[in-house]
Design a protein around this ligand. Structure first.
Ligand SMILES: *Cc1c(COP(=O)(O)O)cnc(C)c1O
Length: 367
């Protein structure tokens, strides 16, 4: 079986570094928000080229904290994509704001800036683009819109650590960048984790208080916050993996090129389009095909895993659907029917890529 990801793939040097770090943490007795978390925040900020990095417990919390720290709440509208992981919209609802969807571009899978402009209202407070599957969203027009209408631009970078737009890393182009370190993400820990990046020292201070029960200087609590902290063991893993993430993103791009060479001649398959304005880091390698579910079954029967991200657009999720029953986002809805992600991880070699491509060709012929 060729899996979607191979999180156990062995790297002895990485393993030694992490085990050594774990031993030191266990001996120190410092487990939450300690020296490794502090060092990771400094290192990751330098790596991305941003002034401030504030870690937290998950990517969803990163979005929640960013929205809260920017004062987005009840009565405010946040424009976002209907084609994303549920966490994007969950955070908007957690702070009491109203998600307003704008349709996506069918080639990039990301927010269509024209549709965002049409969705603006007097209640809009923020635009929340998602860099889906590792492809940076078209941030230049969104920045211009945000500037013109005095809106916050909050980037959902959960799938796009290391992606860039116009030479700048995602997470450095909006007012806040929100990252997830869930194990399968391009930079992943051995558990949950997240981070908000920002150029603003003020915002970073508010984030640091909010993630730690709203406390600036214990024992006083200035606001009602969250318990959303990164632990030392995760920080050890993330510090070690940060050193290797650029190389691993290059490997993902190599896998994507190899897939494209083999698949772009198949007329029934639409391979991912790479926006030349950005650097795509291929969190997922996502095709569009007709009769997607039959193709998936045929792949599975021949030992090739595949996945559908995402079969149900956000405005059709049971938790939200009542409010959006009358709304249609035709591009997102069509893509949700046709999207199919193939195995994608840095260790995927040419032999396996050949096998996946040949198997897909057979599956299409059989269907
Ligand atoms: C993974 C993900 C999140 C949520 O991150 P968690 O760490 O799982 O909370 C949010 N948005 C997108 C696009 C994601 O892929």
């Amino acid at each position: 079986m060729i899996p979607m990801v191979d999180l156990a793939a062995a790297d002895p040097a990485l393993q030694r570094e992490i085990e050594e770090g774990f031993r030191k943490v266990m001996a120190s007795g410092r487990f939450v928000l300690g020296p490794n978390v502090q060092a990771f925040e400094t290192e990751v900020a330098a790596h991305l080229g941003v002034a401030q990095a504030v870690t937290c417990a998950s990517g969803t919390d990163a979005l929640h904290l960013a929205l809260r720290a920017l004062g987005v709440g009840p009565g405010d509208e946040v424009i976002t994509s209907p084609f994303s992981f549920f966490g994007t919209v969950e955070a908007v609802r957690q702070v009491g704001a109203v998600p307003v969807f704008a349709d996506i571009d069918g080639a990039t899978f990301n927010l269509d800036p024209q549709r965002v402009a049409e969705a603006l209202s007097s209640a809009t407070r923020a635009i929340l683009p998602v860099h889906l599957f590792g492809q940076p969203a078209a941030l230049e027009p969104l920045r211009a819109l945000a500037g013109r209408h005095r809106l916050w631009l909050i980037e959902d970078c959960a799938q796009a650590f290391g992606a860039a737009r116009g030479g700048h890393a995602v997470g450095t182009l909006g007012h806040a960048g929100c990252f997830s370190f869930y194990p399968s993400k391009n930079l992943g820990g051995y558990g949950d984790g997240g981070m908000v990046t920002t150029g603003s020292r003020d915002l970073a201070e508010r984030l640091r208080a909010l993630r730690n029960h709203g406390s600036v200087q214990p024992p006083l609590h200035q606001s009602i916050g969250l318990n959303s902290r990164l632990d030392e063991l995760q920080a050890v893993v993330l510090r070690a993996k940060l050193k290797r993430v650029d190389e691993r993103n290059l490997q993902r791009r190599r896998v994507a090129r190899a897939y494209a060479e083999r698949l772009s001649r198949l007329p029934a398959v639409q391979t991912p389009w790479e926006d030349p304005g950005g650097v795509h880091v291929y969190h997922q390698y996502t095709l569009q095909v007709n009769a997607r579910d039959a193709v998936r079954r045929a792949l599975a029967s021949r030992g090739v895993a595949s996945a559908v991200h995402y079969p149900v657009p956000l405005h059709r999720q049971p938790a939200l659907a009542d409010a959006y029953r009358e709304q249609r986002f035709p591009v997102a809805e069509a893509v949700a029917q046709r999207c199919l992600s193939l195995p994608m991880y840095p260790e995927l070699d040419d032999l396996r890529i050949d096998f996946v491509a040949a198997t897909l060709e057979e599956a299409l012929a059989a269907g």
